[in-house]
Design a binder for this molecule. Structure first.
Ligand SMILES: C[S@@+](CC[C@H](N)C(=O)[O-])C[C@H]1O[C@@H](n2cnc3c(N)ncnc32)[C@H](O)[C@@H]1O
Length: 403
């Protein structure tokens, strides 16, 4: 029987058999660098790690960019080239994806897409993992220099803030069918839930406060031509957690509110409202999400296309992402507006992390602050305004660039 091609990451349109969403959507594998062949003892690894840690901090403090749109664009082109290239015959060399490091080298990753790995949980013995198309993984400065993961420390990838991550797709060994989430809302159901969520956000005091703050502001707002949201998450996967779904819908609804405010603000007398494009990037979106969001003018983009869209005329939205969105943005642009997790001072952030996860610091969180991020909001943005409610956005603020 012919084996179906592995579906694209984040695409759930290929449903053939059901499995719990979070069970199968959370498996990923980190791409491994083509190493130097060195096999280091643990003591050597620890020494190498300490040296790397020191050097990475130096490079960061010297202002070396850790993230760049050029690197993302080049990685995307290589991934797409590999996707479109014919699969090499057995034994032939697999395609290579190269990525620059912050210390001026280039590291290489062998494309693993299509390879098969065992799937461990006992209850799924008749299944296996198939490695899907890679997407980018973003390592904050704290992630590159974290002390406790000696097992995960890879001296070759250590200086690489942009790495590769592969989704692991679960396949039935006997039939070759892929297992995907079964509990996905229909387009009609999601459309209805989304409209109700947008209305409840628009009717809320928090939304009215935000509108009045931005609409009656005496200072001129910076020009905005697009809104790019990261990590707002799928709304289509049905969950019993109504609060979560409502939070996620409110995060998307915020895009529509900001689009409305800024396009009215920028409208010239006698002219139509200028177009403000809206984009959303999150690998968890399903086709249902994409269809419903498109109806409201929000286009879903695959990673890293959201980052490629971000420029100085953008509004960036991001709440509790699984990637260090704020550190990436601090390196690639000075967007007009930022609506994201409040940027805390170093001691405040350390205290917050310890309170959320006793004994753990910002390096154990996905979107930690950094000196560069703090400098950016201090030097380029007005005093932030808190964005509520906390249950929809977490501890979040809106930052407006000084003109
Ligand atoms: C903890 S959830 C937060 C979801 C939502 N913003 C909230 O506040 O509940 C983190 C989200 O980050 C998303 N994510 C992971 N990698 C991403 C990437 N490369 N680009 C954008 N979003 C990403 C995940 O899919 C997930 O939806």
């Amino acid at each position: 029987m012919a084996t179906p091609a592995p579906p694209a990451a984040g695409n759930t349109a290929y449903q053939t058999r059901s499995a719990p969403f979070f069970e199968i959507s959370c498996y990923v594998s980190r791409g491994k660098c083509v190493g130097t062949g060195r096999s280091l003892m643990e003591t050597e690894l620890m020494q190498a790690r300490d040296e790397v840690k020191k050097r990475i901090h130096e490079l960061y403090e010297q202002g070396v960019p850790f993230f760049s749109k050029k690197v993302f664009q080049h990685a995307l082109e290589q991934i797409e080239h590999c996707r479109n290239a014919p699969t090499p015959p057995n034994g032939a060399k697999a395609p290579i994806i190269s990525m620059p490091t912050v210390d001026g080298r280039v590291v290489e990753y062998v494309l693993e897409t299509g390879s098969v790995k065992p799937y461990h949980p006992d209850e799924w013995k008749d299944t296996e993992f198939v490695v899907g198309d890679p997407y980018l993984d973003y390592r904050a400065v704290q992630h590159l220099t974290r002390s406790d993961d000696i097992d995960l420390f890879d001296p070759d990838a250590a200086y690489s803030p942009t790495q590769l991550l592969y989704p692991l797709l679960v396949r039935d060994k006997a039939t070759g069918e892929f297992l995907v989430p079964s509990d996905c809302a229909s387009v009609a159901n999601l459309r209805e839930a989304f409209a109700a969520g947008v209305k409840s956000w628009e009717d809320s005091e928090d939304c009215k406060d935000l509108r009045s703050l931005l609409e009656t502001r005496d200072r001129r707002l910076p020009k905005v031509s697009k809104i790019v949201a990261f990590a707002c998450s799928t709304m289509a996967v049905v969950t019993d957690d109504e609060a979560r779904r409502s939070r996620i819908i409110h995060q998307h609804a915020l895009m529509l509110t900001l689009r409305d405010i800024f396009s009215r603000q920028q409208q010239q007398p006698g002219e139509g409202a200028p177009e403000i494009k809206c984009f959303a990037q999150d690998p968890s979106y399903t086709e249902t999400d994409a269809a419903v969001l498109q109806e409201t003018g929000i286009t879903v983009l695959g990673d890293p296309r959201g980052f490629l869209e971000v420029d100085d005329e953008s509004i960036v939205i991001s709440f509790s992402p699984n990637i260090p969105v704020r550190q990436v943005i601090a390196d690639i642009a000075r967007p007009a507006v930022l609506a994201w997790n409040h940027v805390k001072s170093e001691p405040e952030e350390a205290a917050f992390c310890n309170c959320m996860w006793p004994g753990h610091g910002p390096e154990h969180f996905c979107d930690p602050g950094s000196s560069r991020l703090r400098d950016m909001v201090r030097d380029y943005y007005h005093e932030p305004v808190r964005l509520g409610p906390e249950k929809a956005f977490g501890e979040a603020s809106v930052y407006i660039r000084r003109e």
